[in-house]
Each structure stands twice: as structure tokens, then as C-alpha cells.
Design a protein. Structure first.
Length: 313
């Protein structure tokens, strides 16, 4: 019988008392008002949940519950820029396509909302859930969280839970408390090597580099293609390269030469001509010119020198 509490735009409080008679009813309610999830219980156990749920601006959800044993399967495919935290005072297990694990004595589990995942409470316990935009963890940054990770016994647990429970008091300090919570969560994540912080520009630049390398054999590879693949304008794509101190043309040339250097050694049965075309060069002469600028020797000289080094090492 959850108690659902939601602030509404005019800052009045809306409180509901719902009679949840089945896992299906609760799953349907959560999907309609909050996020998609499938809830089930083992064997013939009945579900009994008392919850406080708050939705804040920017799509932030915080749920505090007293729950009986049940299983939750979540799919946040429409919230890829979010992270999902689960805290349990008692045993919790989880799994997804990349791993599984258990916290025998409770703790935090952090999921990136890119793929479905599942977790289970085995005994009646107090739990807290967070669905947070990644931007909440570090203003002006994109936060990349490992697909699944647990944090055991952080020194901030007691303070975090006290602050989280305080969010449901509806006082004038809610935003201040939320800022304190996300700051402590960020510190805990960093200390446990869970997150990797990069700027938005750095993230986009890495995607561009990856696209260039994946399509290095395309002799007609151009900035328009990269921009289109990343759903941005050509001018925006140019700015991303500029912010990272380079240009598309420079990166493309370097990537082609890097690919040449690797293939000259790894694909010893191929002719130099074939390797040049595989790396997107239209002529062997142009490939040699670009290669010499970086490695200060021709393609054939490089292959010969590297083979000798390999034999004598």
C-alpha cells in the first residue's frame, strides 16, 4: 500500500494512498507515473511496499521504501543520460548482460541507464532509489558510470541516508539537501573508481575518433559523414575538433598513418599497395608522403626496420 507524494507546479503537495493488490498493479502504476519496471515475487509470496516517491525538476526521482522480498526488472532505455542508484540496508543481488553480484550486508549499487538490469531484495528491508540525470553529479560535465558497480561500506553511508530521508520532510532545504546528497554520491563514486569524468566536447571528440577509425578504409570519408552519424551539424562537428586543439583533416591523416603502421606489421602477407588502399589512401605515393612526415621513412623502410627489430629482440 504505497503512499505516493509528489510536488506539483504550484508548490502544493499532492499525497495519494494506493491499494496495490498485485505485482502487476504496482508495475503498471510505476510505468505510468515514473519509469518502466517489471515487479515479481518468488513462489507465492505477497508483496507489501510502503513508499515515498518524489519527482524533482529535470527528471530526478527519489524513492524511499520499506519492502518485502521481490524482484525488480528495469528498462531505462529512454533515459540514457541518467544514472540509477539503489541502496539497501540488507542483502541485495543484481544482474544484467555484463555481470551479477551480491551485497550480503547491503550497500549501494549503481547502474548506467543504457541497458536493462534486474535486482532482488531477499528479506524485508529499507531501501532508497535514485534516478538522477548525470549532470546532477557534476555540473557542466558528462558522467560516465560503469554499466554496473557496487559500493560497499562507504564512509558517507550514514550521512547519505540521513539526508535522503530528510528529503521527504518538505521543508525549504530540499534543494540544498539534494545538492549535498549528489555531491557525496559523486565523491563516493570517484573514490571507488566507478565514474570517469569527461567534458561534453571530449566525449563527442572520442566518438568522432572512433567513427574515423571504424571507417578508415573509406577513401571518401568526410566531415559531413561524421556529423551525420552523430546527429549534429557540420559546423558543430568542426567546433568539437577545434575545442580539442585539432581539425578533422589532421585527425584523419594521423588515423590513416596509424592504421598503416599497424597493418604493415600485422598483415605481413599483404602488399604495401593493398594496405595503402585498405587504409583509405587513393595512391601509394600520397600514403608514402603522409607516412614520411610522421615516421621519417618510407613504407617499405618502416616495414623492413620493424621486422628486423622483431627478429633481434
Amino acid at each position: 500500500m504505497p503512499i505516493i507524494s509528489l510536488p506539483i507546479p504550484n508548490k502544493e503537495k499532492l499525497s495519494l494512498r494506493l491499494n496495490i493488490l498485485s505485482c502487476t498493479d504496482l508495475s503498471d502504476f510505476m510505468e505510468k507515473f515514473f519509469f518502466p519496471c517489471f515487479i515479481s515475487t518468488s513462489k507465492s509470496s505477497e508483496i507489501n511496499i510502503l513508499s515515498h516517491i518524489i519527482e524533482y525538476e529535470d527528471g530526478c526521482y527519489i524513492v524511499s521504501s520499506r519492502v518485502t522480498p521481490h524482484i525488480i526488472q528495469c528498462d531505462f532505455s529512454n533515459k540514457k543520460d541518467f544514472v540509477y542508484f539503489v541502496y539497501s540496508r540488507n542483502k541485495i543481488t543484481w544482474c544484467n548482460d555484463r555481470g551479477k553480484g551480491v551485497l550480503q550486508n547491503g550497500g549501494f549499487i549503481i547502474f548506467d541507464c543504457n541497458k536493462p538490469f534486474k535486482y532482488e531484495f531477499h528479506i524485508e528491508t529499507d531501501v532508497v532509489y535514485f534516478l538522477l540525470p548525470k549532470s546532477f553529479l557534476c555540473v557542466g560535465k558528462n558522467v560516465f558510470v560503469n554499466n554496473i558497480c557496487s559500493i560497499k561500506n562507504t564512509r558517507y553511508d550514514d550521512v547519505l541516508i540521513e539526508l535522503i530521508l530528510g528529503l521527504f520532510n518538505y521543508d525549504n532545504q530540499v534543494k540544498v539537501k539534494l545538492a549535498a546528497i549528489t555531491s557525496l554520491l559523486a565523491i563516493a563514486l570517484y573514490e571507488n573508481d566507478v565514474v570517469n569524468l569527461v567534458t561534453k566536447s571530449e566525449s563527442e571528440f572520442k566518438k568522432m575518433i572512433s567513427l574515423i577509425r571504424m571507417n578508415i578504409g573509406n577513401s571518401e570519408l568526410c566531415l559531413n559523414f561524421i556529423a551525420s552519424e552523430l546527429h549534429m551539424s557540420k559546423s558543430k562537428a568542426q567546433k568539437v575538433f577545434y575545442k580539442n586543439g585539432t581539425s578533422f583533416r589532421v585527425v584523419l591523416k594521423q588515423s590513416r598513418v596509424d592504421a598503416l603502421a599497424i597493418k604493415l606489421l600485422s598483415e605481413g602477407n599483404k602488399t604495401i599497395n593493398k594496405i595503402c588502399f585498405d587504409c583509405g589512401f587513393k595512391t601509394v605515393a600520397n600514403a608514402n608522403i603522409q607516412f614520411k612526415k610522421i615516421h621519417h621513412m618510407s613504407l617499405s623502410e618502416y616495414r623492413r626496420v620493424q621486422r628486423i627489430k622483431k627478429i633481434t629482440s
